[in-house]
Design a protein around this ligand. Sequence first.
Ligand SMILES: Nc1ncnc2c1ncn2[C@@H]1O[C@H](COP(=O)(O)OP(=O)(O)OP(=O)(O)O)[C@@H](O)[C@H]1O
Length: 227
Amino acid sequence: MTALVRIRDLHKTYRRGPETVDVLRGIDLDIAQGDFVALMGPSGSGKTTLLNLIGGLDSPTAGSIEIAGQHIEKMRSGELAHWRSQNVGFVFQFYNLMPTLTAQKNVELPLLLTPLNAAQRRRNAEIALQLVGLADRARHRPNELSGGQQQRVAIARAIVSDPTLLICDEPTGDLDRASAEEVLGLLQQLNREHGKTIVMVTHDPKAAEYATHTLHLDKGVLVEQAA
Ligand SMILES: Nc1ncnc2c1ncn2[C@@H]1O[C@H](COP(=O)(O)OP(=O)(O)OP(=O)(O)O)[C@@H](O)[C@H]1O
């Protein structure tokens, strides 16, 4: 299988005054197209930092990140933003929906960056909401939806531009078990039936069971999992 994501000797160092913190210390990683990867590890081990680098939300201190043949570590911020809008969908722990907009309008938001007209944006958002099972909630605002439903709206928003890669940072961290299972089942369906490659940070071993692979990060390096 071809690697969709190829990471080589990746480093991320944060500077706080005179202090430097080596958060990622030489990551080598291939993620194949069609993988569903769970990224686990202790708090502070660098999971979100690695996820944000893969999603092009941040730039590395050193090393390379090649995604579908493009070296994103070399992109300037404008180019990176454009690349992100076409290639990556993001799902966060706290949904990050716009409270004043309906589910439908929240899902349409990323399409404002595309050449699609209003009717096409509406149609594509309807299809995405249908896919996550929320066609009947399109006119609801976030505060009229449960946590699980809000996360499914956020997933619809993440997939509405049809990105290859879905980046999920603790997508079930704020959900009860039943809603979490619904969201994880949906991610699994997007992976299996729609070919989305998914990288998901989670603390929950049960959530990781939905993935095809699990990676463990410890103090900024990937470690072999104990059998
Ligand atoms: N912008 C920043 N500036 C300085 N230090 C940072 C910054 N972002 C993260 N860090 C530090 O990098 C380390 C790793 O953070 P990161 O969020 O990647 O860890 P994590 O494994 O996702 O943790 P958690 O499971 O608690 O979310 C932490 O020590 C954190 O304080």
